[in-house]
Design a protein around this ligand. Structure first.
Ligand SMILES: Cc1cc2nc3c(=O)[nH]c(=O)nc-3n(C[C@H](O)[C@H](O)[C@H](O)COP(=O)(O)O)c2cc1C
Length: 210
């Protein structure tokens, strides 16, 4: 009987996404749940647009999320992603929390963080990561993995006995979102999907077919 389906299927429970008028409220709630349940909850795919108009995606770790600064990540300003952002600052970030069964996509504009902000964060990094930041010319060819290790040990020697300074090109971006697309996964394909878009400073909300 078709009417039995209603009882058989586990539809998503009512969620903050149903009642919220501010997408950050949803993000913060979902994120705090994912931090408890999921591995590497702060990993997001960052998509940029290349010089040839083809998209390019890779993971980054989101180190901070706030209404003021949006989504913050750190990287090498000589990397492909940074070059792409300088050419076209519009990016997309997408999280998928497998245990929570939730996906969040944001689209927004990326801005470079200040030297001061990058310095402060770099100081909190483990020393080995600081040395790697010097050793890795991110996105550039290197003759072998051995060569990369050699460079790492050269910088370890160079900065032996002193604090490792931040390489001037090691910095970060913050992404101010203009759109959020929230999805609650269901095994039978009838996911719950809620879209927010910022228009004249006001978030507009709608449900989308999954
Ligand atoms: C889980 C995970 C997290 C990562 N986090 C960062 C990050 O925060 N910043 C970064 O520059 N690269 C990070 N990477 C490496 C990037 O995915 C990418 O390979 C690298 O930044 C070079 O990208 P590009 O050549 O497109 O610039 C991470 C990779 C993984 C798998």
């Amino acid at each position: 009987m078709v009417s039995d389906l209603e009882n058989e299927i586990e539809f998503p429970e009512p969620d903050i996404v149903d009642e919220a008028s501010d997408p950050f409220d949803v993000f913060f709630r979902w994120y705090s749940e994912a931090e408890i349940k999921d591995n590497v909850a702060n990993a997001a795919t960052l998509s940029t647009v290349r010089y040839d108009h083809k998209p390019s995606s890779r993971y980054v770790l989101i180190k901070e999320v706030s209404r003021e600064k949006g989504f913050v990540f750190y990287t090498n300003l000589k990397s492909n992603k940074a070059k792409e952002i300088f050419q076209n600052p519009y990016v997309s970030l997408c999280f998928f929390w497998t245990i929570s069964g939730k996906q969040v996509r944001t689209i927004g504009r990326a801005y470079e963080l200040s030297d001061k902000e990058a310095d402060e964060y770099f100081k909190t990094r483990p020393r080995l990561s600081q040395l790697s930041a010097w050793a890795s010319e991110q996105s550039s060819p290197v003759s072998s993995y051995e060569e990369l290790k050699k460079r790492f040990f050269e910088f370890a020697e160079k900065f032996n006995g002193q604090d490792v300074p931040r390489p001037p090109w090691w910095k970060g971006f913050y992404v101010i979102p203009e759109e959020f697309d929230f999805l609650i996964y269901t095994p039978f394909r009838l996911h719950k999907r809620v879209f927010f878009i910022l228009k004249n400073g006001i978030w507009q909300k709608s449900y989308l077919c999954p």
